[in-house]
Design a protein around this ligand. Structure first.
Ligand SMILES: Nc1nc2c(c(=O)[nH]1)N[C@H]1C(S)=C(S)[C@@H](COP(=O)(O)O)O[C@H]1N2
Ligand SMILES: [Mo]
Length: 338
């Protein structure tokens, strides 16, 4: 398991005080001395991360409290040369969120006014403990964790983003899935008044945007329900107030602004699969050996980059998380199940 959990017991007293595994935004801004030691022990290379340039958020009180109590619990390994955090401006300015338009700057231009409070999520289907649950109640029982993950879009660009959130597994366990539950299906908000992309007659997507995971993928400890990034709440263009992050899969699996989580018996049809089944499948595991019909997946453009320095790097199997997730696909033909 590549997730390294920084427990006080793992740390030498000379390296770090136990409290320093608990983060607050203030601590990020005020310096990372103690935290840096924790990061190094966890094999993480972004110890110089600081969020001083990140604009303040406007989180409701309960969410800010959760953010302030974030536990630096889990990090993934990274290459100190390649895996630098994306500047906040890239992560929040170069987006895919078709509900707000298909251009990369459409989400940051149009999503700002999306009303994200109050917000509730319907948890239903093959569960014994379902219902509509307010976001605060959904998040409250879980401690926030920060996860620094690579995000690899199927379009062959990528970024490294520090998410804040809770393991999806905890939310699913609380819903008490029945023995019939084999997949999880997610839906994004439908609200054409607030989402200009849903008013466009040119849109390919049959709203709502739908995604799905196998139940074991959904229960995997790397799978995160994010409520924040860069030490603050999610900007709307990144899928506020609640989005999925599945770091070993192409970015389109990481569905934004979720309003429904359904435990189901049959494999869901996700939006991109519905639009172009020859190009986008259900699994969408990052795989440099299986090209998209129209372009290679062997390399990716790592942001930040420019026309003159495209910063092209090799794509890794399962986006670099193979040690954690390859076993989920033992015996599965990944060329057929793309
Ligand atoms: N609801 C919804 N979720 C979505 C999308 C979308 O268009 N609508 N785009 C996906 C794609 S293609 C990618 S690459 C990621 C981008 O996430 P980011 O903008 O936070 O980097 O969001 C995914 N989630
Ligand atoms: Mo994407």
């Amino acid at each position: 398991m590549l997730i390294k959990i920084a427990r006080p017991g793992d740390l030498h007293e000379s390296d770090v005080t136990p409290e320093s595994i608990y983060l607050s935004r203030r601590r990020f801004m005020g310096g990372m001395a103690g935290l840096g030691a924790g990061l190094a022990l966890a094999g993480q290379a972004n110890a110089s991360a600081d969020y001083a340039d990140v604009p303040d958020g406007d989180a409701p009180g309960w969410l800010q409290e959760k953010i302030d109590a974030t536990r630096w619990q889990a990090v993934t390994p990274s290459d100190p040369e390649k895996d630098k955090l994306a500047p906040y401006d890239d992560a929040s300015g170069y987006n895919n969120f078709y509900e707000f338009g298909s251009g990369k700057s459409d989400p940051s231009r149009h999503a700002g006014s999306l009303e994200t409070q109050p917000w509730s999520v319907v948890v239903d289907g093959e569960v014994n403990n379902g219902g509509r649950i307010g976001l605060e109640d959904l998040a409250r029982p879980s401690q926030f964790e920060e996860r620094i993950y690579r995000l690899r879009c199927v379009e062959a660009w990528s970024m490294v983003i520090p998410w804040l959130g809770i393991p999806l597994a905890e939310v699913i366990k609380r819903a008490e899935p029945t023995s019939k539950a084999r997949y999880v299906r997610f839906e994004t908000l439908v609200d054409p008044e607030q989402m200009p992309g849903q008013r466009s007659s040119f849109s390919l997507i049959d709203w709502p945007y739908v995604e799905g995971l196998r139940l074991d993928e959904a229960m995997h400890p790397l799978t995160l329900l994010a409520l924040g990034m860069y030490g603050r709440e999610l900007p709307n263009q990144n899928g506020a107030p609640l989005r999925l992050v599945v770091p070993w899969k192409y970015g389109f699996k990481s569905i934004k602004s979720i309003v429904r989580i359904s435990l189901v018996a049959e494999q869901p049809v996700n939006s991109w699969q519905q639009i172009a089944p020859d190009e986008y499948g259900f699994y969408a595991n990052v795989n440099p050996q299986v090209d998209h019909p129209r372009w290679s997946q062997a390399t990716e453009r790592r942001l930040p980059n420019s026309l003159f320095s495209p910063n092209t790097i090799d794509t890794q199997m399962f986006n670099g998380y193979a040690d954690d997730v390859a076993e989920l696909y033992a015996g599965l033909d990944l060329r057929v199940n793309y």
